[in-house]
Design a protein. Structure first.
Length: 646
């Protein structure tokens, strides 16, 4: 787990509260013990009993506190017979022992409450029997008064401090009071926190070569300064999601052995004006104190988009944050060894001032890993995994074309989960195969399909598979299945022998024909078509459109590219679609797209009609086995290996 250099912020009350806790507890204990040893508790008697005792001369003194009367009853030695005579009629029937217990109980301190009606005879009665009369305010004691006075303020101050701390935590502040949200939220990883180097990153050889120069500059700056070199201020990592941009940035810090500040672009901007710029200043200030160091800003396109763009435009908080980043990068002195690395998968939307020389002037592109790199990535992720003998990582790497590093890690994890679900002690090749199918085609569905629909699906997939076997320069067939997975009712999988970087016209036309073969097979066999070819038609149309409008593969239009299909990065897809050609040209483009698709449909129909027997055999095999590999398809169709490869 990555650790932050700064100590964790407590989630409860602020730190000064603990310094007041023990004095408050001590004061409560003092008051408690004073209450215990304050004397004998006063007994409560009725008002009539009180007046009766006054008339007997047993009350020495009383104290008026509002309508409450407290006093002291003198203990008089009286025989039971005399006590009976002086006892009111309502208690005269009690026994001698009961009267003595009553006398003992009410002797000493007492208290009673005056009725709501005034009693003008009470003062005369008290004066006649020489009772000392005292009066006190009806207010509470000094402790109660102090408590009622201070308690609201203590609660208000405590709640304010607690809310300020919570607000600071929510807005990214550290332990620094209610205005700590302006502090940078960048997580600092020290030299001891970063455990990975370039050896732990598979593939990305070109990126490592570019970044090795930064590592040498940070670790041995004198070697370059003698020659008058200056450290590059900004490095922009560009690549599809999951290609390892964050990983290679952290490995660069681990290789150089310097502190690493990591933050996402979205963590700068809050609802308060100026917070983003303040956080940028604080982050660069911290990085300069830790120099040499590396600042890594992930998803920089969230704050680095072209200024003044969008429907509203204007000078918003995001633009202020971007302006502050530009200003801070311009303020680097030559002796300040701070490198700013940023990652994005949308370099086309970045502001030109951000990528000009002197700022993010070095761009490193991270592509999807090739076969050898995929094998190395798989070896890294399976180092601590018990693998069965039938697992061949080289073969698995060849069958994962188009997988990113994150996809490969997910593949290994899914295979391990499947093996654990089956209570296996080792991960087998079957688990990797099922995990791969799950990632590419989706989770297997257990729903029942009618026999008629199964036949439609079988002939549909058989059409794809047969044309993939017969057309030249097509990707080799890997697997065909009619098992429902994800959103599809069946799938035909093709895997290229090697990674493709250029797509020829012949390959693209064959690809369109293979996509249309499923729909054509339905038409040939059932004289009907279904909606199962929706995704095939969409992909075929997309390829034909790009051939005509972007790749210059139309003889009628010639080697010209058109902006049709390109969208503005900020506005709506259809709202801001650019068109730099006339309506006549747009009509020609549509006609060419339609011509290519129709010609490939006719070609697929001719091939399938001439191989109708093979189509029936392959469809029947799918209905019987549900899934067929490339070798099983060759066996059913009677193809030899050499014929299949050709």
């Amino acid at each position: 787990m990555d650790r932050n250099r700064e100590p964790p912020v407590p989630s409860g009350f602020p730190s000064w509260w603990s310094s007041l806790l023990w004095p408050i507890v001590f004061l409560i204990l003092i008051v408690y013990f004073l209450g215990i040893y304050s004397g004998k508790e006063a007994r409560t008697i009725s008002y009539s009993e009180f007046k009766h005792r006054v008339g007997l001369g047993e009350v020495a003194e009383i104290t008026f506190r509002g309508r409450e009367i407290t006093g002291i009853i003198k203990k008089v030695e009286t025989s039971p017979q005399e006590l009976k005579k002086t006892t009111p009629p309502r208690v005269s029937q009690r026994s001698d022992k009961s009267l003595q217990e009553e006398e003992e109980r009410i002797s000493g301190q007492f208290k009673t409450i005056m009725p709501a009606l005034d009693d003008p005879e009470l003062l005369k009665l008290l004066e006649q029997h020489n009772v000392t009369i005292k009066a006190e305010s009806a207010d509470r004691s000094w402790f109660g008064t102090l408590l009622l006075t201070l308690l609201p303020w203590v609660l208000i101050i405590g709640l304010f401090a607690y809310g300020s701390r919570k607000l600071g935590d929510r807005l990214g502040g550290a332990a620094g009071g209610p205005f700590a949200f302006s502090k940078s939220r960048a997580r600092l990883y020290t030299r001891s926190d970063i455990k990975i180097t370039f050896q732990d990153v598979a593939g990305l050889s070109n990126a490592k070569k570019e970044l090795q120069e930064i590592v040498d500059f940070l670790s041995k700056p004198s070697k370059y300064r003698v020659l008058g070199c200056e450290l590059p201020k900004g490095i922009l990592l560009v690549g599809p999601p999951g290609t390892g941009k964050t990983l290679i940035a952290r490995a660069t810090a681990g290789e150089a052995g310097v502190p690493f500040f990591s933050i996402s672009g979205s963590e700068f901007v809050e609802m308060f004006v100026g917070v983003g710029a303040a956080r940028v200043r604080d982050m660069f200030s911290r990085a300069k104190k830790e120099a040499p160091s590396i600042i890594f800003i992930d998803e920089i396109d969230s704050i680095g988009r072209v200024r003044g763009s969008g429907l509203g435009g204007g000078h918003d908080e995001r633009e202020q944050t971007l302006n502050q980043i530009l200003s801070e990068m311009d303020g680097f002195a030559p002796h300040e060894s701070v490198v700013v690395m940023a990652a994005t998968n949308r370099p086309d939307v970045l502001d030109p001032a951000l990528v000009r020389p002197g700022r993010f002037d070095r761009h490193i592109t991270l592509e999807l890993p090739q076969r050898k790199a995929r094998q190395q990535i798989l070896e890294i992720h399976t180092r601590k995994m018990p693998l069965a003998e039938d697992v061949n990582l080289e073969t698995l790497a060849a069958r994962t074309v188009g997988f990113s590093g994150a996809d490969l890690k997910n593949l290994v994890n899914e295979a391990a989960l499947l093996a654990a679900r089956k209570n296996k002690s080792r991960v087998e090749a079957e688990d990797f195969e099922q995990a791969r199918d799950k990632i590419i085609m989706g989770v297997k569905r257990d729903e029942m399909v009618s026999e008629r629909e199964r036949k439609f699906i079988a002939y549909h997939e058989a059409g794809h598979a047969l044309l993939a076997k017969l057309l030249p320069e097509a990707d080799p067939l890997e697997k065909v299945t009619i098992i429902p997975r994800g959103r599809s009712l069946g799938a035909t999988e093709q895997t290229p022998k090697e990674d493709r970087y250029n797509l020829s016209r012949t390959y693209l036309l064959n690809r369109i024909a293979i996509l249309l073969a499923g729909r054509v097979a339905e038409k040939i066999v059932f004289q009907d078509i279904t909606s199962g070819a929706a995704d095939d038609l969409k992909e075929a149309t997309r390829l034909a459109r790009r051939m005509v409008s972007q790749w210059g593969m139309s003889d009628r239009l010639g080697p010209i590219t058109f902006s049709r299909g390109e969208t503005h990065p900020f506005l709506g897809r259809e709202l801001a679609e650019q068109r730099d050609f006339s309506e006549i040209t747009a009509r020609l483009i549509d006609e060419e797209i339609q011509r290519i698709v129709r010609e490939m449909e006719k070609r697929a129909e001719q091939i399938l009609r001439s191989n109708r027997d093979r189509l029936d055999i392959l469809a029947q095999g799918l209905l019987e086995h549900e899934s067929l590999s490339n070798e099983e398809v060759d066996h059913l169709l009677g193809f030899k290996k050499d014929d299949s490869d050709s």
